[in-house]
Ligand binder design. Structure first.
Ligand code: ZN
Length: 127
């Protein structure tokens, strides 16, 4: 799976310099761990149930030591009250729940109090 550092510009598909990456974790790269608010995880779960921009192939969790690791494809987007757009793979929910990934505070705030989300059509490529 592609790895992108948190809060770098999105460049997986068409380059979108104003869209910021969150949660594109990869093996060998450290990430923050810590507790996240229950309300955040619930809002994130809801978002991840309807991913947009499904990618070819699957992302496989590189941290699970399971024979059948978690897979995901697609992404979710959220715009915060300041108009910043964050893009995360749907795998982010698994990273948070299973691996205690702690996303940047600005992302947590955006998910808890979005101006708009991909459920409203934000950034959908229309595929
Ligand atoms: Zn995992």
């Amino acid at each position: 799976m592609a790895y992108f550092a948190d809060l770098t510009s999105y460049s997986y598909g068409p380059v979108e310099p104003d869209v910021l990456n969150v949660g594109w974790l990869g093996k060998g790269n450290t990430f923050c761990v810590g507790p996240t608010p229950v309300a955040f995880r619930e809002a994130l779960r809801e978002l991840c149930q309807r991913p947009i921009n499904k990618h070819r192939g699957y992302h496989v969790c590189e941290f699970c030591k399971l024979a059948d690791p978690r897979k995901g494809n697609g992404q979710v987007r959220v715009m915060d009250q300041l108009g910043r757009v964050f893009v995360a793979p749907t795998m982010i929910l698994h990273y948070v729940e299973a691996h205690q990934y702690l996303p940047p505070e600005v992302f947590i705030a955006a998910v808890l109090n979005p101006r708009t989300t991909s459920l409203d059509g934000l950034g959908d490529w229309g595929a």
